[in-house]
Write a protein that binds this ligand. Sequence first.
Ligand code: EPZ
Length: 418
Amino acid sequence: MDAIHIRGGNALFGETKIQGSKNAVLPVMAAALLIQDVCIIENCPRISDVYHMQQLLESIGCRVGWAESTLTIDARNISHDTMSGDNVTGMRSSITLLGAMLGRTGEVTMAYPGGCVIGERPIDMHLNALRKMGVAIYEKEGCFTARTEKKMEGTVIRFPISSVGATENVILAGVMAKGVTVLQNAAKEPEIVTLCEFLRDAGAVIEGIGGSVLIIQGGHGLHGIKFRIPADRIVAGTYLFSVIGTGGNIFLEDAPTAQMRSMIQAAEEIGAQIHVTSEGIHVIADEHRRAVPYLKTEIYPGFPTDMQSPLMAVLTTAQGVSVIEEAIFEDRFHIIGQLEKMGACIEQQGKRQAVVIGVDSLLGCEVTARELRGGAGLVIAGCMALGETVVKNRHFIERGYEDICRDYRNLGADIRTG
Ligand code: EPZ
């Protein structure tokens, strides 16, 4: 069955190593397409989104191989420029191949990307930016063709709001365009920094890395490199909040602590003791959890939207009333109904706000995941709940967590697939 079984109610003790970052490795895989050479990418998480991206790269002629968690991408010979099928519609991050394909071949046809049920997920900013760089977009029946009659032209682009994916596409197009591209209001997430560092190591010239204004000089030749993907801050945050929900004492090896300040701040506000070392994060929590009077998800370095569901699960048994505002996506509260089945008391106020009134404990039952991070939140709730919890639709969770049962078993949880 496509489910996870958890017998909860016990504190977590132990240590687990944090996998490589999903949201960093996917744009890096797309960037490898720009390099007519071989790239060796270390610390890649073995997750379904990466396998889907691998299939997309192979479908256009790349040769991709694995050795444990090291991915080798040979993009010397690519064959054609049409992408379609489930791998594109089933995975939103395939949109990052748009900028890479335009940079490499000047043309690509793809289906509109799919994605989670967390919001409309438009790509208007991606397409408008590429149009400004000289790309023509032809839309038809759920697909579109993007084509540059001549080389893309660097220009000044200003995003109305911060967008991780749109920033990634402009970076990928910009390194191959003629001239300089200035991107204002660029996203500053760590995954953008990783993409820029990968491209810079391969020969690109990008200034302002980590800031909201990126200056990308096109036309520099790119060469194959060996590169290591940083640990996944959202996976680390998921496990950090888990022990706050259950109580216990855990160590998260390799956790990217510098990228987790907002999560650590929220964890300490709830009552956890956090010790950051050069090797990772040590988290100690007892059964006393304080409510968080108000927390709003924000762009980096604010509290990440991907941690909103895991946080909500933990706050269901905090002492007091917590208010969570989801400011990034318009429909990211699917977990509420499932947590209520477990005994949580949550009032949703419109699409963007939830009021969580702490209860003594959750009770295990069968719940259903509808998207990746909501699913992770339900696993946390299962670890907290008395009795057995069955989280259905494990496949959503496997999009981003290499082996969530392995990791939780390392932390002493009674958990299995089934
Ligand atoms: C990336 O999605 C991540 N996915 C998401 O993680 C993450 O939640 C999100 O960034 C925000 O940090 C990957 O990196 C693969 P956005 P992305 O463009 O790029 C609106 C997970 O669980 N927008 O920054 O799609 C959009 O609707 C996933 O790992 C437009 O209006 O996010 C949203 O409201 C979930 N027009 C806001 O911007 C556009 O053209 C931020 O979206 C593009 C975006």
